[in-house]
Design a protein around this ligand. Structure first.
Ligand SMILES: [Zn+2]
Ligand SMILES: [Zn+2]
Length: 476
């Protein structure tokens, strides 16, 4: 047995009796680092896209079962969604974990662009770290509950297809958060900080145009181009951009545009996202996009149908929980690079557009800011959870400072020790905050009061994607 493996085997055999304080829990997280690093790297290499995360979900489930959690797989109509629970009674704290990769960003763990030979997708949003780090935190809290005799329940929710699939929305709709007091999340990033910025509400779907095929040169008058339908719709939507509220974001790609230039395409498809900081704006603009689709079909004598495949709210922050998590993040500290990692980070920094901050920025914990402006450029299905139960999250420096998400650079960093160090910071921060909540019921009461106030008394949850079943094939 090599010395590293021996050390690893010894840590697994450590008695749990000592873990009655927060430093003990942090220590235990360090001692079990190799186990969760291995899980994260396996999920990184599987690089499974939304609703296809079979191996990734199974790996996490196996670990949690071994740790004594009761696992229920295939919840809320999604084969790769699951819940894992330990303990009994209240409070009930859920730590969410994601594990879906992004299509088209395959990348080796090297600081120059180099696709993997064995994968087309990649963990460009770092969800391999998100899943493994959250599971590690849940297990650490479980060990502490066991050792300290504290009452309460810790759960890990395996939440698939965050990228466009809105997996958590179906879990909210299925009532899986009904008995939950507080939910935690975290996200890989290029800097550390508690997540107090809101995110963009987002509605997405596919517009499918049907035309009539014909020889494009010999009998074009007998054809009607489905691609014309797609292009006419895009043209109208692009003009619409001038007449929507500021900070609305509309993006599309053409997922099908015909097979050969000499055949009038009988089928074409576009994939749209409409985003805004306000979900009501999303609803309104989406309806106008639907009208553009209808107009395009009318003018090109094609037929159009659409399918809403995703829909998420804007994130609802919680200051009481944010402050508690910030204190824990501060106690844990940022990510310290070795000379080798600093070199890797500097190389990555030279490949991104604009001036990348110095690698040392990964060590910094910015002061707590309850109302940050901007910074919420993306969307997340965590948002729907945040309107259901008080929710808080942290981001940690898993990527070289300045690395944009959804990039090959993010896949590369996430596949190195830098990513795993960021995950370690997140696992400790989540576990530490959970300990605080279990030991301070007042904090939960305060968070709930703030949550009710922010949500408003008339709030009624209606998913942006309606009552559809999970779009399990949205990546096909
Ligand atoms: Zn993402
Ligand atoms: Zn993400």
């Amino acid at each position: 047995m090599n010395p590293r493996l021996l050390a690893f085997a010894l840590t697994l055999a450590l008695p749990l009796g000592a873990q009655t304080s927060k430093p003990d829990v942090f220590k235990r997280i360090d001692e079990t680092k190799a186990v969760y690093d291995d899980i994260a790297m396996k999920i990184w290499s599987y690089a499974e896209i939304g609703y296809k995360e079979t191996k990734s979900a199974a790996l996490l489930q196996d670990r949690l079962k071994q740790e004594g959690f009761t696992v229920q797989a295939g919840v809320a109509g999604m084969p790769t969604a699951f819940t894992a629970s330990y303990g009994s009674g209240s409070p009930v704290i859920v730590i969410m974990g994601e594990y879906d990769a992004l299509p088209g960003v395959s990348q080796e763990a090297v600081p120059e662009k180099k696709a993997r030979a064995d994968a087309t997708a990649g963990h460009a949003c770092g969800h391999h770290l998100f899943g493994a780090g959250s599971a590690q935190a849940a297990v650490a809290v479980k060990d502490w509950l066991k050792a300290s005799g504290q009452k309460g329940t810790i759960r890990f929710y395996g939440t698939p297809a965050e990228e466009g699939g809105s997996g958590k929305v179906y879990m909210v709709r299925a009532g899986l958060f009904k008995d939950v007091d507080v939910a935690f999340h975290w996200h890989p990033a290029s800097a550390n900080g508690v997540i107090m910025a809101t995110s963009l509400a987002n509605k997405s779907g596919k517009f499918r145009f049907a035309g009539v095929a014909a020889h494009a040169a010999a009998s074009p008058e007998r054809g009607r181009s489905s691609l014309d339908g797609v292009e006419a719709m895009n043209y109208m939507v692009n003009m619409m951009r001038e007449h929507v509220p500021d900070s609305t974001r509309i993006h599309y790609i053409i997922t099908r545009g015909g097979e050969a230039p000499n055949v009038v395409p009988a089928f074409a498809e576009s994939y749209y996202y409409v985003r805004s900081p306000n979900r009501d704006v999303v609803r309104e603009v989406w309806e106008r996009v639907e009208k553009a689709a209808q107009g395009a079909a009318l003018g090109t004598e094609t037929k159009v149908e659409w399918e809403v495949t995703g829909g998420v709210y804007e994130l609802l922050p919680n200051e009481a929980l944010g402050r508690a998590m910030h204190e824990n993040l501060q106690a844990v500290g940022g990510v310290k690079y070795t000379a080798e990692e600093r070199d890797f980070a500097a190389k990555i920094g030279r490949t991104v557009l604009g001036q990348a901050p110095a690698p040392e920025m990964a060590e910094l914990i910015p002061p707590f800011n309850p109302t940050p402006s901007g910074g919420g450029g993306g969307s997340t299905d965590v948002a729907d959870v945040s309107w259901t139960v008080p929710t808080v999250g942290v981001r940690t420096a898993t990527w070289a400072p300045g690395t944009p998400g959804h990039s090959w650079q993010a896949v590369a960093c996430g596949g190195t020790s830098m990513g795993l160090k960021g995950m370690n910071v997140a696992a400790k921060t989540l576990a530490g905050t959970a300990l605080d909540l279990f030991q301070q019921p007042d904090l939960i009461t305060k968070a709930k009061a703030e949550f009710e106030k922010r949500r408003g008394s008339n709030f009624k949850y209606e998913a942006l994607l309606g009552d559809r079943a999970p779009a399990l094939n949205y990546r096909d």
